[in-house]
Design a protein. Structure first.
Length: 276
């Protein structure tokens, strides 16, 4: 039987994946000036462009290449690209390139600090939903089948070893492990906001490649810290604690990054999207 605590933490993680990006955007969208007008018009455009950037960079490009093409490459290239450092920095390379290109193409009139924040919420939010939220929904469905006594019928349609691994992963895993996915997503969304602001600041100041390169290094390094610690045998709780500490440091940088943009840019009425 899957414990009620495990089910509760699966549900909470799923809630985090949805509520943090959407709740953050609703708060941003609801802000008003003293005159009563919307403080940050068109921020939803930045959000959806951010989500599109992840889908293009990862779902349609990097993940197919990493699963279908890279394993077929001769050594040492396949080993290098599939290693911890290779996977960590290829994620940064693809995602930051997608971030830069879509900001240039679809956000010509949206260069406020808040646009970087909303872009990061969209990018990190769709990643959270696709990579963690949907998996948790699937796990909750299977857990419900197990607890209702219907697992044997489902298991017959799977290879015996795969069926046992799936059942064990839900029944024998500590409930707290199901919460760590949500905690890790909080850190990841923070990272995506920070990277979005780096890239956008590079565009604003005419230093596109510098902003892009800084974001690639930050993104790849953040990923490598987690991957390297896990490969070294560090307990997952210690890894997640460090990621949260790093995310807290990133938030200080995110708040201080307002000075990279025009002083009142985040409260100006942006031109209609698409107008340079």
């Amino acid at each position: 039987m899957v414990s009620p605590a495990s089910l509760a933490f699966m549900a909470l993680t799923t809630f985090i994946c949805l509520a943090v990006p959407l709740g953050g955007m609703l708060w941003i969208w609801s802000r008003r000036t003293p005159e009563g007008s919307q403080r940050w018009p068109h921020v939803w455009r930045s959000f959806w462009v951010g989500a599109l950037a992840f889908v293009i960079a990862q779902v349609l490009t990097r993940l197919p290449l990493m699963t279908l093409v890279v394993p077929q490459l001769p050594e040492p290239w396949s080993g290098i690209l599939l290693s911890g450092p290779g996977a960590s920095f290829s994620a940064g390379l693809f995602e930051e390139t997608g971030r830069l290109l879509l900001m240039l193409w679809l956000m010509k009139a949206l260069h406020r600090w808040i646009d970087g924040v909303s872009f990061g919420l969209g990018h990190g939010g769709i990643e959270a939903v696709l990579l963690v939220g949907t998996a948790n929904v699937n796990n909750m469905v299977i857990a419900g089948i197990i607890n209702a006594g219907g697992w044997d019928a489902v298991a017959q349609s799977l290879p015996p070893e795969a069926a046992e691994q799936l059942r064990s992963a839900l029944v024998d895993t500590s409930p707290w492990m199901f919460l760590l996915g949500g905690v890790e997503r909080l850190a990841a969304i923070t990272l995506h906001i920070a990277c979005s602001l780096l890239v956008l600041a590079g565009i604003v100041h005419g230093r596109k490649l510098a902003g892009w390169a800084a974001a690639v290094v930050l993104h790849g390094s953040f990923n490598l810290v987690a991957v390297g610690m896990l490969q070294a045998g560090v307990h997952v709780l210690a890894v997640e604690a460090l990621l949260i500490a790093l995310a807290a440091a990133l938030w200080l940088g995110i708040l201080n990054s307002k000075r990279w943009f025009e002083p009142d840019r985040d409260s100006e009425v942006a031109p209609a999207p698409g107008v340079a």
